[in-house]
Design a protein around this ligand. Structure first.
Ligand code: SF4
Length: 346
């Protein structure tokens, strides 16, 4: 009998809501249209994977080529391209030797009290990057994150990350691959909060065009002289057009260059033995809860988790009885419940 796999994302789902966990990890359903933030995270992840996999001769080129192969909204792609360019400038000279990229692991889960090996679960996951510091020779897991939150030093984001049980999974995963892990480096990229906007449409002389209520230009050129022709009583509006992708790119570059600390942060999370023990206990206990739910065929809803970080859970309509998981326009069945692990069995 094959054991179930507990991954960091499965544990996160179970921690948030047992029903959510049931939908995604027991029924095997995923939302068809991923949230914009998730899609962007995937895009950046692809670029970073190529950046780290390159032998160092053309990291930026490799990352940009990987991005070019992704299907994406052109404005989102511009953000990803410029963030990766800035990432390269910021981190290209860090003294690390890459030991592996996207390394999958599956290891036994032990009861933190008795040391006994679980007969229900194994711990599994994927390490984004494993590196060795060129000077100290210490081995670190590098974990990529993208977020729209404030990531500057001392922000709530970092406080939360330091508590994240996921780190403990990486330590155990790294050890199972034969590397003693000195720490986990969270490599965080902030997403620029910029959106494509309207810009003034200039005339042949490069002048903005103000229109009155009837669509007539307020100031028109008569020979070399400008004269007012509009009717102020009708109210004035500025004639605008959609910003082009390259104009948007300029704004993104300017935003990143003017405050790089808002977009690139790395922080090391070390785990003390006591913290590791506590994190393991969390994982063990959660595994027990999931198993109990499976046996009882009960998966309690958690209404406190339906709206989190300003987003409504994608299964809200299912839980409230107004939609079905069978609705193919909204949900899809996945062939394996851990699509991120290619070598593992469900
Ligand atoms: S809508 Fe609420 S109860 Fe339903 S799965 Fe999502 S978080 Fe759980």
């Amino acid at each position: 009998l094959s054991l179930g796999l507990l991954t960091a994302s499965r544990l996160r789902a179970a921690r948030a809501c047992q029903r959510l966990h049931y939908f995604e990890y027991e029924v095997g359903v995923r939302v068809l249209n991923e949230a914009e933030t998730l899609r962007f995270g995937t895009l950046i992840h692809k670029g970073l994977e190529a950046w780290w996999k390159d032998d160092g001769s053309d990291r930026l080129g490799a990352a940009l080529r990987a991005l070019a192969e992704c299907e994406s909204d052109p404005f989102e792609l511009v953000k990803a391209q410029e963030l990766i360019r800035g990432y390269h400038l910021r981190w290209q000279y860090e003294p690390y030797k890459v030991l592996g990229v996207e390394l999958e692991f599956v290891t036994e889960l032990r009861n933190p009290t008795t040391g006994g090996v679980s007969r229900t679960w194994r711990l599994a996951g994927k390490l984004d990057v494993l590196v060795q510091h060129l000077v100290t020779k210490e081995v670190f897991v590098i974990e990529h994150k993208t977020t729209s939150e404030d990531i500057t030093a001392g922000s709530e984001y970092w406080k939360r990350l330091r508590m994240d049980g996921q780190v403990s999974c990486y330590f155990l995963g790294g050890a199972s691959l034969g590397w003693p892990i000195a720490g986990c480096i969270y490599d965080v990229i902030g997403k620029p909060a910029l959106r494509p906007s309207q810009v003034p449409e200039l005339d042949a002389d490069g002048v903005k065009q103000v229109l009155d209520g009837s669509g007539q230009r307020v100031r028109t050129k008569d020979g070399k002289k400008w004269r007012e022709t509009g009717d102020a009583a009708q109210g004035y509006t500025l004639k605008t057009r959609h910003e082009t992708v390259e104009e948007f790119r300029e704004r993104v570059v300017e935003a990143i260059a003017s405050a790089p600390d808002r977009y690139y942060q790395r922080g090391e999370v070390v785990r003390l033995e006591a913290e590791m023990g506590e994190a393991l206990f969390d994982i063990w206990q959660l595994g027990q809860q999931i198993r109990e739910g499976q046996l009882a065929k009960r998966h309690p809803r958690n209404p406190d988790a339906c709206v989190r970080y300003g987003r409504t859970c994608p299964y809200f309509d299912v839980c409230t009885g107004t939609a079905s998981l069978e609705d193919e326009t909204r949900f899809r069945r996945i062939p394996t419940i851990h699509p991120e692990l290619q070598g593992a069995t469900p």
